[in-house]
Design a protein around this ligand. Structure first.
Ligand code: 5AD
Ligand code: SF4
Length: 470
């Protein structure tokens, strides 16, 4: 290590909550002399913030650790060193196993320990450390306030975790084990964090939770507050132009929340509401506690209140016992719902979940064939949705430089990527944009009437990722 500054590299896998957590790790280590670097080769400390949702995600960690081990050996031959830490959901689920399988790992810590990171890192300098406890103390209470420089580096849009963990125990899912039981942050803490982000120039906040619409925090007077009510409170914060939330469960789609979409102009008309399967038999086996009819009725209620709501979802194909007829039910619920975008996955057996014990596991080739058919349908719906936007005028938050010089990129209310010709002084503004063309992964538009810039040169490069949950 050179001088007093130590170089930190964090590699983040998986969902948006991991992105949020990685930023918190940077914030926690900053006051202890760590600054982030963009090249792993330059780091003194490498942290892998991992995802355990599917087998493939977890396996990536071990191959990365193999590469890191070589880098460390090389360093040691040159007289230097490298500390390696594993965080996140693989750490929580496989703490001791990681230590056994990867001797180069110095530190393993779960999602509930990142506020203790500085102490863990100094301890790991002398001994190997595993910390996968679910402590009583509030890890969020130690967050430093957002800074303007941080916003410039991280961008105009920010994530804010309001709820963590899940009590639903869908039979395929590891989240209740890795993130623990459902906890909601107090309203005052969330408002303070949102205010601090807004003060630092953040214009859009996405509230995060594995089961975000199960949020049930308490306000300053101890009164219970649900997600709908929380959104009304957040909408009062000046400068916060846009609010989003993810990921929601159909059974927690309360009237308050649906009405917030009618009442709050800041609340974007985009909802990620996974159903996982369209077959009632499979939904029961998945322990979803709702039917396809329940889901369709919720969608109808939402659309009656907010007709332009763009819907997104998650689907699992090849859950144990899924027949061709069950899969057809899934294709049909997609056709009936009509998604603006959706994510689909082959069922992956997760150790310790009830699904792993079930008979009738579906062969891999059938899973793959179903996945292709489902993805073809979803892609078609996404293409149709994007095509339906051509000629429409919509507000676009210009939040980053475009890939091409002279262009800026942003997001439509429906979370579509939009590119247009504009000077950089329009970064950080919301413009009225006419959509003129559909490209493969984005829309192209032109500004209708230019709004003056209210903040300049702020950009964000991170791609949105899917939050594991619900
Ligand atoms: N196999 C495949 N997909 C899964 N998901 C969660 N667990 C599994 C699993 N065992 C999917 C669900 C969830 C999304 C984040 O990941 O669709 O909504
Ligand atoms: Fe909870 Fe969602 Fe996982 Fe179900 S899929 S157990 S609701 S996180």
């Amino acid at each position: 290590m050179t001088g007093n500054t130590k170089k930190l590299f964090i590699k983040t896998y998986g969902c948006q909550m991991n992105v949020y957590d990685s930023d918190r790790m940077v914030d926690a280590l900053g006051p202890h002399g760590y600054e982030t670097v963009s090249e792993i080769e330059n780091a003194d400390l490498v942290l892998l913030n991992t995802c355990h949702i599917r087998e493939k995600a977890a396996e990536k960690v071990y191959s990365e650790l193999g590469r890191l081990n070589k880098l460390r050996q090389q360093r040691r031959q040159e007289g230097g060193d490298l500390m390696i830490g594993v965080a996140g959901c693989v750490a929580q689920a496989e703490g001791e196993e990681i230590m056994a399988r990867a001797p180069s790992v110095d530190l393993v810590f779960g999602p509930q320990s990142y506020h203790r990171l500085p102490q863990l890192v100094s301890k790991a300098a002398t001994e190997r450390v595993v910390d996968t406890e679910f402590p009583e103390e509030d890890k969020f209470a130690h967050l430093p306030a957002a800074k303007k420089e941080t916003t410039i580096a991280r961008g105009l849009t920010a994530f804010l975790t309001v709820q963590e963990g899940c009590d639903k125990f869908c039979s395929f899912c590891v989240v209740p084990y890795t993130r623990g039981s459902e906890t909601s942050r107090p309203v005052a803490q969330i408002i303070a964090e949102a205010q601090s982000l807004a003060d630092a120039g953040v214009m859009e906040i996405t509230l995060l939770g594995q089961n975000v619409n199960a949020y049930h925090g308490h306000d300053e007077k101890g009164v219970p507050v649900n997600l709908g009510a929380l959104l009304y409170r957040l909408a009062e914060i000046k400068g916060l132009e846009r609010l989003r939330y993810t990921t929601s469960h159909p059974n927690d789609m309360s009237d308050d929340l649906i009405e917030a979409h009618r009442d709050l102009p800041q609340l974007m008309p985009y909802l990620h509401l996974p159903v996982q399967s369209g077959s009632n038999k499979i939904l029961k086996a998945m322990n979803r506690n709702h039917t396809r009819e329940d889901y369709l009725a919720i969608i109808a209620r939402i659309r009656a209140t907010r007709p332009d709501m763009a819907l997104s979802g998650d689907f699992i194909v090849g859950f144990p016992g899924e027949t061709e007829a069950d899969f057809e039910d899934t294709l049909n619920i997609v056709r009936e719902t009509g998604y603006a975008s959706a994510y689909s996955f082959k069922y992956s057996t997760r150790p310790g979940t009830p699904g792993a014990q079930m008979d009738d596991q579906v062969p891999e080739d059938i899973k793959l064939e179903r996945l292709h058919r489902l993805q073809e349908l979803i892609n078609q719906q996404q293409t149709d949705f994007n095509a339906s936007c051509i000629g429409k005028i919509m507000p676009v938050l210009l939040d980053k430089p475009g890939r091409i010089e002279g262009q800026l990129g942003g997001r439509s209310p429906y979370l579509q990527a939009v590119h247009l010709d504009a000077a950089t002084d329009l970064l950080g503004t919301i413009q009225s944009v006419e959509i003129i063309e559909k490209r493969k992964f984005s829309l192209h538009g032109k500004i209708v009437t230019k709004q003056t810039a209210n903040s300049a040169n702020l950009g964000r490069s991170e791609e949105e990722q899917l939050l594991s949950g619900a």
